[in-house]
Design a protein around this ligand. Structure first.
Ligand SMILES: O=C(O)c1cccc(C(=O)CC[C@H]2O[C@@H](n3cnc4c(=O)[nH]cnc43)[C@H](O)[C@@H]2O)c1
Length: 210
């Protein structure tokens, strides 16, 4: 059977509910699977097993690296990178590839990225980091910005969704809108309304993938 549906995976229900009204097709399935890479991978694998999908998109809000992605902006990943998968050493962080255990970097499908960036011409394109811990200090933000000069944003699910997509042989992309700067924790200052408005505005672009 030909693969025709698109799966959009969010962490929380509010993200899924921001996306659904912008879709005029029941060929796009939006599911909220929980926060973090493990929930994202398990949830995506479960949803992929229920249908025949041609693409999987990890979507939701994210932190933006200051000077790279502004709050309220929209970001498309070229790569989803598990930034905290590896080993800490006194001399710095060793990514999992340097330990000989696979890859912390998963490439997004170039055709999906191209189609989405044509539909969202204002979107910034760059690496999106996946972390199990939201960055909350300037020191961590500076370390990540230096380790990943092409990173525009961090979130908590992309690499997990991408891992499940890779396992199922389905092309993957990541779409994020920015709710807060990556840096010292100030949860009260997160501009959720701006990020959700941008997510609602970006949703119709997903229908161009059909
Ligand atoms: O408090 C609320 O009302 C609320 C409503 C919807 C979603 C949330 C979330 O906290 C979603 C968590 C989700 O956000 C991503 N995220 C956002 N900013 C960052 C960040 O700076 N670093 C890492 N992740 C971030 C993440 O993917 C979480 O799944 C709250």
């Amino acid at each position: 059977m030909n693969a025709y549906k698109i799966l959009v995976v969010t962490a929380v229900t509010a993200e899924a509910e921001a996306i659904r009204p912008g879709l005029d097709s029941d060929l796009i399935v939006v599911g909220a699977v929980g926060v973090g890479p493990a929930a994202a991978a398990a949830g995506t694998a479960r949803l992929l097993a229920t249908g025949n999908y041609r693409a999987v998109i990890s979507a939701g809000i994210a932190g933006g690296f200051p000077g790279r992605a502004p709050v309220g902006g929209t970001v498309l990943a070229t790569r989803s990178i598990a930034a905290d998968l590896g080993a800490e050493t006194p001399d710095g962080f060793l990514p999992v590839e340097e330990l000989g255990f696979g890859s912390s970097v998963l490439e997004c499908d170039p055709a999906l990225v191209k189609a989405l960036s044509e539909a969202l011409p204002a979107a910034l394109v760059g690496d999106v980091l996946t972390l199990s811990t939201v960055t909350g200090t300037q020191a961590t933000a500076d370390r990540l910005a230096a380790r990943f000069p092409q990173a525009v944003a961090e979130a908590m699910e992309g690499y997990g969704v991408a891992s499940a997509a890779l396992g199922a042989g389905v092309p993957f992309a990541e779409l994020r809108t920015i709710s807060n700067p990556v840096g010292p924790r100030d949860r009260a200052a997160w501009r959720l309304a701006d990020a959700f408005a941008a997510l609602r505005a970006a949703a119709p672009a997903l229908t161009t993938l059909l």
